[in-house]
Ligand binder design. Sequence first.
Ligand code: GLV
Length: 327
Amino acid sequence: MMHTARPKVLVTRQLPESALAPLRAAAELDIWQQPRQIGRAQLLARAADVDGLLCMLTEQIDAELLQRCAGLRVVSTMSVGIDHIDQAAASRRGIAIGHTPGVLVETTADLTFALLLAAARRVVEADRYIRNQCWRDDNRWYPEMLLGRDLHGATLGIIGLGAIGQAVARRAAAFNMRVMGWSRSGREVAGVEAASLNGLLAESDFISVNLALAEETRMLLDRAAFERIKPGAVLVNTARGGIVDELAMCQALRGGRLFAAGIDVFGREPLEPDSELLALPNVVLTPHIGSATRHAREQMASMAVANLVAGLQGRELPHCANPGVYG
Ligand code: GLV
């Protein structure tokens, strides 16, 4: 009896069985099940003979890996961001890249607002104040205690007006904020005043970074940009750390140019233990949890599986980041 070989797939994290079912039906799965993320050597070894790869944003899918995996036809990442994948190298090899836009938009916008509010109203600092037993009889309540900034009536500048930036703008409208926005493509969004990047930096009381990391956006907020920021602004980044010069940001937080920051993404993840950010009281830090709700993650997993199955079956990926591979 003739057997047609089933495609081979490496999945770099355990996913919910419900999401995996269509992939189990379509391919032979090798699932990395350890709690530690897969190391580079293991990744190279286990991906060497696969047809498809379902990866996370923690894996570098670079030219070396793509070259070693001669049979690879489709890379599906469980993330919307694809800055960990060498898109040019994948496209040259005709490898389709799947990603997960849409399903994490509202969830990430919610975290953006959580950080805006927490940084502006010093929520984490106030929590530490109580835990460190600074709240005593002699300072129970006083007019200057833990003063923050109002969101209502303030101007929010959104850098990047894609789906997440627009979801942030909708929330800001409900908070009675004036909303300005800048995008690389000059996109017009109802309710958002289009601004130049410099104009936005100069006028915004709050700044939210909501654009993808690409060569053109790397270090977009550099030292010179921080000098243009309105003194006393609050900065929130739920996009990618590489868009912001972290040292310049620390200096701005120390010197008072920034009142506070809420940061979910970093130039290097995990954050290094000697990062100056850890010593600054006016920063709220979260470990890259923009899409971290069960519902969003289940949808991301299902979407990543659907992309991969389509690619293995020779169909166009429902959410393809490099559609040029289809000619
Ligand atoms: C998370 O950062 C993502 O790109 O999905």
